[in-house]
Design a protein around this ligand. Structure first.
Ligand code: G
Ligand code: G
Ligand code: MN
Ligand code: NA
Length: 254
C-alpha cells in the first residue's frame, strides 16, 4: 500500500519518465525503431525500473494514468525525432492487460496523437503473452478498437509463456518479439538454437516479422542474422536510455 501511495504521488509530481531502447534492422544494421520503457525517478531511491513498480501499478490500476502520461511523453519525443528528420522510426509502447481493460484507451491515444499532430501509423503496441492469453476475448476486442488509431501490434516475450499458436493467428499481430530467455542460449545450446530457428520460421510463415530481444553478444547477433531474424534489440546494440542520448547516438542535434 505504501508503494501505491508513493506511486500515486510520483505520478502527480511527474516523476515517471521514459527511456528508449533501439531496435536494429539486421540487414542494414541501422536503427529502425525504438521501444519506450517506463522509468521512475524516485526522489529517494533513484532511477527505478518496471520490476520495482509495474506490479503495483497494474494491481492498483495506476498503470492506466501512468500509461497516458507515458504516451504523451512518447508523442512529444516523436515530434522531436520528426524535427531532426527521424520521423520514420517506428515507436513501440508496452501495454499491460489492465490497460486493455480501460474503455478510454483508444480515445486517449487518439487525443494524444491529435494534440501532437501525429498519425498512429508509426506506432506499435507491444502486448506480452501474459497480457493477451489471460483473456483472449478481451484482447481481441481491445486490439480491434485500438487498430483504428493506425497502430500495429507485436506479441512481446514470445516463447516465455503459454501463448498458443492459434491465438497468435487470431489476433492482429504483425510482429513477434522473441523472449530473451530463448535468445540467451542460442550460441551454446543446440536445442535453443533450433527452437529460435523454428520460431523465426513459424513467424515468417504466418507473415509476421521477428525481433530478437536480449541480444548481448556479437556472436548472438551473427547467429540471429544467419537465421533471418528481422530485427534485434539488446545491450549489445544499445541499452534503454533517455531521448537525448538516443539523439546523440544517431548523431543529430535536437
Ligand atoms: O525496462 P525494463 O526492461 O525493466 O522493462 C521490463 C518490462 O516492463 C518490459 O518488458 C515491459 O513489458 C514492461 N514495461 C516497460 N515499460 C512499460 C510501460 O510503459 N507500460 C507497461 N504497461 N509496461 C511496461
Ligand atoms: O519486457 P520487455 O521485453 O518489453 O522489456 C525489455 C526489458 O529488457 C527492459 O527492461 C530492458 O532494460 C531489458 N533489456 C534490454 N536489453 C537487454 C539485454 O540485452 N539483456 C537483458 N538481460 N535485459 C535487457
Ligand atoms: Mn516490450
Ligand atoms: Na519483451
Amino acid at each position: 500500500l505504501q508503494v501505491e501511495q508513493e506511486l500515486r504521488r510520483g505520478l502527480s509530481r511527474g516523476e515517471i519518465t521514459v527511456y528508449y531502447q533501439p531496435r536494429i534492422d539486421t540487414v542494414t544494421g541501422e536503427i529502425c525503431g525504438l521501444e519506450a520503457l517506463a522509468r521512475w525517478r524516485h526522489p529517494a531511491r533513484g532511477l527505478l525500473t518496471p520490476s520495482d513498480f509495474l506490479a503495483v501499478a497494474n494491481s492498483s490500476g495506476l498503470v492506466v494514468d501512468m500509461g497516458y502520461q507515458i504516451f504523451d511523453m512518447v508523442c512529444r519525443d516523436v515530434v522531436i525525432l520528426k524535427r531532426v528528420g527521424l520521423g520514420d522510426l517506428s515507436m513501440s509502447v508496452n501495454l499491460s492487460r489492465r490497460q486493455l481493460r480501460d474503455d478510454n484507451l483508444t480515445e486517449q491515444v487518439i487525443a494524444a496523437l491529435d494534440n501532437h499532430g501525429l498519425r498512429g501509423s508509426q506506432l506499435e503496441f507491444e502486448l506480452s503473452e501474459d497480457a493477451v492469453m489471460g483473456d483472449v476475448a478481451l484482447a481481441t476486442e481491445a486490439l480491434g478498437t485500438l487498430a483504428i488509431t493506425g497502430a500495429s501490434f507485436s506479441l512481446d516475450d514470445f516463447g516465455s509463456g503459454m501463448s498458443s499458436l492459434s491465438t497468435l493467428q487470431q489476433l492482429p499481430f504483425s510482429r513477434v518479439k522473441i523472449d530473451r530467455q530463448l535468445v540467451s542460449g542460442i550460441t551454446q545450446d543446440r536445442e535453443q538454437h533450433a527452437l529460435v530457428m523454428a520460431v523465426i520460421q513459424l513467424a515468417h510463415s504466418l507473415k509476421l516479422s521477428t525481433v530478437a530481444e536480449g541480444v548481448e553478444t556479437a556472436e548472438q547477433l551473427k547467429r540471429l542474422r544467419e537465421l533471418g531474424c528481422d530485427e534485434v534489440q539488446g545491450f549489445w546494440l544499445g541499452s534503454p536510455q533517455p531521448i537525448e542520448d538516443i539523439l546523440r547516438l544517431l548523431q543529430v542535434d535536437a
